[in-house]
Design a protein around this ligand. Structure first.
Ligand SMILES: [Zn+2]
Length: 119
């Protein structure tokens, strides 16, 4: 008996599965999340899928937050050291904080996905 030859349909199904996995893996998983901005002016929620730039005020001046392409970041701030401007967040539970200006930007929720579960 001859070993079974891979049929063209089998190869196609495997290729399709690989492509589907790659597409699912490469999609930002947190597009359904919300960006929560907390500052002296209050707490605001924006969809992570938005394209938006907002400026809030705090004790040392203004902080500009940009939500772009599924990421949120502080792009400008009047704080003395500017370390808050070095990171970009895209998924729960990441947070960017500008301590001097008392601004917190965090990702809330993750589109119903669970990172881990224990029973
Ligand atoms: Zn800062």
């Amino acid at each position: 008996m001859k070993p079974a030859q891979p049929r063209i349909l089998d190869v196609l199904i495997i290729l399709l599965a690989i492509v589907l996995c790659a597409v699912l893996f490469m999609q930002p998983s947190s597009q359904g999340g919300m960006v929560k901005v907390t500052c002296d002016e209050g707490t605001f929620l924006y969809p992570l899928g938005d394209e938006r730039t907002l400026t809030v005020s705090g004790p040392v001046g203004r902080t500009t937050i940009e939500i772009h392409d599924g990421h949120a970041s502080i792009v400008d701030s009047d704080c003395p050291n500017g370390t808050c401007m070095h990171s970009s967040i895209s998924r729960y539970p990441q947070t960017v904080v500008c301590l001097p200006n008392r601004v917190t930007v965090s990702i809330e929720g993750n589109g119903g996905q669970v990172d881990a579960a224990t029973y």
